[in-house]
Unconditional design. Structure first.
Ligand code: 13P
Length: 275
């Protein structure tokens, strides 16, 4: 069943687990994630980058995500990941997203507040909750990380913008880590204590299991996985024989591989059986 971001995160916050948010890119990654959620009776967030909506594949993918959500017996939120502007977030609403992320974290504090508040206002008019980001979570290729999210500033940010979930910078980055990240678990607890809304961890691929568990214990309720969804798909594709040319049959292994990856993360996050 299709639910919104606030609805899917509320029980996780209360019961102390995290909802996995998998980035999907095509029908096969969507199928793998949807099958894993159904099999484990787990709530799941299925999200896409705004470039998919911009470049046209979202035109085909969005109705497929919505169809998967309607068919599912588990709660599914269709979420925009890293919307960068009013245009991108409004377009995602048009495509049927039930959660929106506005990422204005590269702006200064006042600029971030202003854009995030505007987007939360627009989405609020149509009943769609918004995730914001304070402290810019960059990529593993960045020379250094910005200053980690400050708890006091996070409290003000949430009050000033009206977001329902907050992505924070606590030691993660997007992409394949060159060495395992070390999360600032104490800081997650401080931020959680200050903001009292679900916190979001970006850059979930490659975080060691014990740190994922500690982060959830400290207040993380949504963890994003993108890079390793891609690798689980691509590794299976590259390992498949070219002799199998019927594309639907060729793709079966890739769907299976994405499903296996999603099953593992669902269990790790404690989301299995929570639907
Ligand atoms: P990874 O690609 O590092 O898993 O990060 C995904 C993410 O945070 C998407 O917003």
């Amino acid at each position: 069943m299709l639910v919104n971001l606030k609805e899917i995160l509320a029980p996780a916050e209360k019961e102390g687990y995290a909802v996995p948010a998998f980035n999907v890119y095509n029908l096969e990654t969507l199928m793998g994630v949807a099958e894993a959620a159904e099999e484990t009776k787990a709530p799941v967030i299925i999200q896409t980058y705004s470039r998919l909506f911009k470049e046209g594949s979202g035109y085909y993918l969005a109705p497929s995500v919505l169809a998967a959500a309607q068919k599912a017996s588990v709660p599914v939120c269709f979420h925009l990941d890293h919307g960068a502007s009013e245009l991108e977030t409004t377009r995602a609403l048009r495509y049927g997203c039930t959660g929106i992320m506005i990422d204005a974290s590269a702006l200064d504090y006042d600029g971030n507040v202003a854009l995030t508040r505007r987007v939360a206002g627009i989405c609020g008019h149509v009943g769609i909750p918004v995730e914001g980001e304070l402290g810019h979570v960059g990529t593993v290729n960045d020379a250094s990380m910005e200053e980690f999210t400050d708890a006091g500033q996070a409290k003000d940010f949430v009050a000033e913008t009206g977001v329902c979930a907050l992505a924070v910078l606590v030691g993660t980055a997007h992409g394949r880590y060159k060495k395992p990240p070390r999360l600032d678990i104490g800081r997650i607890s401080q931020i959680k204590e200050a903001v009292k809304i679900p916190l979001v961890l970006h850059g979930g691929s490659g975080i060691p299991d014990d740190q994922i568990k500690a982060a959830i214990g400290a207040g993380i309720c949504k963890i994003n996985f993108g890079t390793d969804v891609c690798y689980s798909f691509l590794d299976a594709v590259f390992a498949s024989s070219r002799d199998l040319y019927a594309v639907d049959l060729f793709m079966k292994n890739a769907v299976k591989s994405v499903k296996a990856f999603a099953l593992e993360k669902i269990r790790l996050l404690g989301a299995g059986g929570k639907a």
